[in-house]
Design a protein around this ligand. Structure first.
Ligand code: FPP
Length: 240
């Protein structure tokens, strides 16, 4: 495979289309999610081999609780199993795992597995892999504002101290760079409450390929499209 130049440092992915992929095969939606979880495992390895340093995926949104009960419980089972088996794979691949979102609504055993996984991988220096679970960007911003307001109330900071850096630091993604590239699979042109603050200047790439079919070649195409973009960050470049 040709080497991709100017690889994005941080790629965020809205993994959409598991349900449609399964339906097209006359299979239950849960089958699409199971295949989607396998894709996650493979893409982590491919991303790192390609030179991507940070990968963030949207696994379960704050809105996903309103799906039918059996689908929610199947997704939770999948995530529960993933958290347990991920420790071994992460140590093999030197992968540091972090979970963002409001974990307090998750079952106690899942919260415990997440804490174990984050602790076991915290010093790994390979791919920084972030999984968004019970994540909603508006909820994340609300929690950050509550946190900052509490500090103001206690007199630790003054309202005039609040700058963009302080807000970034109060978000679940604190310490990580903003995504350079946001990928959405299965064709929809929306952000779905994902990383609203962090993607202010991210390049967006949408593919019609459903998540279970997203592979190394698809990732390479997304990175190549990114490499051709000119990022202006709101400025006019000298050559323009
Ligand atoms: C969107 O497809 C996908 C989800 C809501 C869940 C994403 C979860 C996984 C890929 C598997 C578990 C993740 C990890 C990290 C192990 P959809 O169901 O909305 O598909 P549709 O739009 O075609 O109905």
């Amino acid at each position: 495979m040709e080497e991709v130049k100017n690889v994005p440092r941080h790629v965020a992915i809205i993994m959409d289309g598991n349900g449609r992929w399964a339906k097209a095969r006359k299979m239950p939606r849960s089958y699409g999610h199971i295949q989607g979880a396998k894709t996650v495992e493979q893409i982590c390895e491919d991303a790192y081999n390609m030179g991507i340093e940070y990968l963030t995926v949207y696994a379960f949104s704050t809105e996903n609780w309103s799906r039918p009960d059996d689908e929610v419980s199947q997704l939770m089972t999948l995530l529960r199993n993933y958290m347990k088996t991920c420790i071994q794979r992460a140590s093999k691949n030197n992968m540091k795992v972090r979970v963002i979102g409001d974990k307090t609504r998750l079952d106690d055993d899942i919260q415990k597995s997440i804490a174990d996984l984050e602790e076991a991988t915290k010093d790994y220096t390979g791919l920084k892999f972030t999984i968004a679970i019970n994540y909603g960007s508006r909820d994340e911003i609300r929690r950050a504002v509550t946190d900052i307001a509490g500090k103001v109330k206690e007199g630790i900071i003054d309202p005039s101290d609040i700058d963009e850096e302080m807000i970034s630091d109060a978000l679940d993604t604190s310490g990580y760079p903003d995504p350079d590239l946001l990928v959405r699979t299965c064709g929809e042109l929306r952000i779905s409450n994902f990383l609203l603050w962090q993607i202010s200047y991210s390049e967006i790439y949408v593919t019609d390929v459903a998540w279970p079919d997203f592979d190394k070649e698809q990732l390479r195409l997304a990175c190549e499209a990114y490499a051709k973009r000119t990022r202006r960050f709101g400025k006019v470049l000298e050559e323009e």
